[in-house]
Design a protein around this ligand. Structure first.
Ligand code: GLV
Ligand code: MN
Ligand code: MN
Length: 401
């Protein structure tokens, strides 16, 4: 299955994936997912937010809202198929294909589940296009307001509402998803994005928690001017203020044993021989607990304001997304760790599982990543470990269903 989608959205130059919400690659992947569901006789629905859910057997509702009154007894598996800019082949897709593969294995073994099972492909997990991570699962769970989501814009200034309409979707259907009321537990398998399993010598682990994290946009605004004729002391240049902020945030994160990343920056007007009028930088910050993250952000913003004042430029701060710490359901994760004899580990990466954990008992399985590299074309997992992940997920389904 990974081979079948290998070429979709892959950039020839970098080898990385550009699978962004509602772009051509995303649309092709949606068709692929629906095809895999159909090939297994699973009824595939797409909710108003673009999340696809394939139901096995008794769980099929045939459409959003048609819950049939079965109650919250379904076991949900799945992950996402979108990527960060130049993402790897496993972050997201491994969880989707492993879910189908685990169900195939169980079917071959003649296993008959005692509860409905569904496989989800969540929309826009990475937030690469519209800035808000896990937009699909947040909307489904009711933790992101539809009007806020629909007004988000991409780099071309197109709103999510416009983009969905152009893809034949009705923005009025965006909002809480009825199908989620039928889910009693969610298990997301994911490639590990660190090396804890390399160190412990295990192919598969169980997640304990997700670090709190968020994205802050810092807009430094100054005055455009000539690079040759404007004396340094006359400038109102936002770039040195931005640069000083990056250096300061890096030092603050090291001190706090936290993470601060500026992975995206936009410079306007972007001329090599002009003082910029504006520099916008996106701070992705994460820390072991909510208090540590709040302190990190406070100190970084103090540094940023001081740098802006010194450069005589303005500073605007916008919180684009914020996710508090997640502790996965203790009983569920301990049960899975026991049945799999697998180690437990926390992660600094965000996931749809973190969002759903607020409304339904949720757990995650991680599959060993030999280098720990992720959000990069170099992301990798060995075939044998991926197979061990499928076996583990099948064991989890037997245990829970
Ligand atoms: C998602 O992968 C994130 O942690 O940003
Ligand atoms: Mn990711
Ligand atoms: Mn992911």
């Amino acid at each position: 299955m990974l081979a079948a989608i290998e070429r979709i959205g892959r950039d020839r130059r970098t080898g990385g994936y550009r699978r962004f919400a509602w772009n051509d690659a995303d649309m092709e992947l949606r068709e692929w997912f629906a095809g895999e569901a159909a090939a297994r006789g699973m009824a595939c629905e797409e909710d108003g937010n673009g999340n696809q859910v394939a139901w096995l057997g008794a769980g099929a509702s045939g459409g959003e809202g048609a819950s049939g009154g079965e109650g919250a007894d379904a076991l949900l598996l799945g992950s996402h198929l979108d990527s960060v800019p130049d993402g790897g082949a496993y972050d997201g897709p491994l969880g989707v294909v492993s879910s189908f593969a685990a169900l195939d294995q169980l079917r071959r073994d003649g296993f008959v589940p005692s509860r409905p099972i569904a496989v989800a492909c969540f929309a826009d997990e990475e937030g690469a296009r519209f800035g808000v991570a896990c937009a699909g699962s947040r909307l489904a769970a009711g933790t992101l307001a539809p009007e806020k989501a629909l007004a988000l814009t991409d780099v071309d200034g197109c709103t999510l509402a416009e983009v969905m309409r152009a893809r034949g979707r009705d923005p009025r259907r965006v909002g809480r998803s009825a199908w989620l009321d039928r889910v009693g537990a969610f298990v997301e398998l994911h490639v590990e994005q660190g090396r804890a399993l390399v160190h412990s010598g295990d192919a598969v682990g169980v997640a304990t928690a997700i670090w709190p994290h968020g994205r802050w946009r810092l807009d430094f605004s100054g005055r455009a001017d000539h690079a040759g004729t404007t004396p340094m002391e006359d400038r109102r240049d936002p770039m040195p203020a931005y640069a000083a902020t990056v250096v300061a945030a890096t030092a603050r994160a090291v001190d706090a044993q936290a993470r601060a990343t500026f992975g995206r920056v936009v410079v306007e007007p972007g001329g090599a021989n002009a003082v910029p009028s504006r520099v916008s930088g996106w701070l992705d910050a994460r820390a072991p607990d909510d208090g540590a993250l709040a302190r990190l952000i406070d100190t970084v913003l103090v540094d940023a304001r001081a740098a802006a004042a010194q450069a005589r430029v303005g500073l605007g701060v916008t919180v684009e997304s914020a996710s508090p710490a997640v502790g996965f359901d203790t009983a569920l994760r301990e049960r899975l760790a026991a049945v799999l004899a697998a180690p437990s580990l926390p992660t600094g990466a965000g996931h749809d599982a973190g969002v759903l954990s607020r409304v339904v008992p949720t757990a995650m399985l991680f599959v060993r990543n030999p280098t720990g590299v992720s959000h990069s074309p170099d992301e990798h997992a060995d075939d044998a470990d991926c197979a061990a992940g499928v076996d583990a997920l099948a064991t989890v389904v037997r245990e829970l269903a």
